[in-house]
Design a protein around this ligand. Structure first.
Ligand SMILES: Cc1cc2nc3c(=O)[nH]c(=O)nc-3n(C[C@H](O)[C@H](O)[C@H](O)COP(=O)(O)O)c2cc1C
Length: 329
């Protein structure tokens, strides 16, 4: 079993140290470990070009065409059976490069989409290299560490929840997460034996989950959280007593029992969440349904668009050259 440590922090600083300590725990549990610091990796943002979709639809790989460090990082992720990832909190959420990776791993690695595509190819009699990379279909387990400098959790509120966005496309199961705030006070994680022990525990938990069917792995985090799936404490307030976990995309009902806020989610709602096949299949069906709508609308009214776009003719994009010239003045 292979466990990859991914750190989005500065070299040899807090995120690196926490991930490496978790890797030591994973190694104790028998894992083969690998480590990548992402700070010096060039991971550009997804440009929405849809080349990955087109390549896949033509029977090729479902792979991004942007030439940067992404293919190297992607290969390390696909090789891994478990991943321990740490990202520093920058302005309340994970560092921007983290979201770049999440987006680049998005639709192009969507497990539901990949399964449909592979099933189609198998039905066409394709085999071996003609099928999608089998590593896309592995059950993978994650441990997540959000790293913040602030003394209170208050300044790290969207770190850990947003880190979970990494798990959906490949339907990876987060078995443990930890909010490592207070780095300003701790100064260096190597001074905090309790924190280091907690990280090794995370490493062991991820390692021990490997081999379990994806949905059967046990939650190993410190708190159950308000959401029974992602174990975060975020809720979106809808109408009446209806609430939604904004991470998992499932509705539930809010109540107060013995002075405690509680959210209850039915089995049916859980099955329609982003964490379950039913939920992602619904989303795939939704996306597939856009095709005929787009075609019909463009066939009927597409010719009107150049004329309609003329309303924006007076809006010119700023030119970087002008900015440089202004600075020289
Ligand atoms: C641009 C920027 C924004 C930051 N914003 C926050 C923040 O909102 N909350 C917080 O707790 N720490 C914040 N920090 C502190 C980092 O999370 C902290 O230094 C962390 O340890 C960095 O991770 P590293 O040591 O692995 O590089 C910020 C740091 C930078 C550079």
């Amino acid at each position: 079993m292979k466990i990859l440590g991914l750190s989005f922090g500065r070299k040899n600083r807090n995120s690196d140290i926490l991930v490496k300590e978790a890797l030591l725990g994973a190694k104790e549990a028998g894992a083969e470990i690998a480590f990548l610091n992402m700070m010096d990796k060039q991971i550009g943002h997804c440009t929405g070009c849809a080349a990955c979709d087109r390549r896949r639809e033509k029977g090729g790989p479902s792979r991004c065409i942007i030439k940067d460090d992404f293919p190297f990082v992607e290969d390390a992720i696909l090789e891994a059976d478990g991943i321990i990832v740490a990202a520093p909190v920058y302005v309340l959420g994970p560092i921007g490069q983290y979201k770049n990776l999440v987006d680049r791993m998005g639709p192009s690695h969507d497990r539901s989409q990949m399964e449909r595509e592979n099933a189609k190819r198998i039905a066409q009699g394709k085999t071996g290299e003609e099928l999608l990379d089998p590593r896309l279909f592995k059950d993978r387990f994650l441990g997540m560490i959000s790293v913040g400098g602030a003394r209170t959790e208050n300044w790290t509120s969207m770190g850990l929840p947003n880190m979970h966005l990494f798990s959906f496309s490949m339907q990876m199961n987060v078995v443990d997460h930890y909010n490592a705030y207070r780095m300003g006070d701790i100064v260096n994680p190597l001074f905090d034996d309790e924190l280091l022990a907690r990280m090794r525990q995370m490493g062991r938990s991820v390692a021990e989950s490997i081999g379990t069917p994806r949905l059967e792995a046990e939650w190993k985090g410190d708190k159950p959280g308000i959401c029974p799936l992602c174990h975060n404490d975020l809720l979106t307030i809808k109408t009446g007593t209806t609430v939604e976990c904004p991470i998992c995309g499932m509705e539930g009902t809010l109540s107060i029992e013995d002075g405690q806020i509680k959210a209850t989610f039915t089995e049916e709602q859980i099955e329609r969440s982003r964490q379950r096949q039913g939920g992602v299949d619904d989303h795939m069906d939704e996306i597939a349904s856009f095709g005929p709508i787009v075609q019909a609308k463009l066939a009927e009214s597409g010719h009107l668009l150049p004329e309609k776009m003329k309303r924006f003719d007076g809006i010119r994009e700023l030119d970087k050259k002008d900015f440089v010239e202004n600075m020289k003045q």
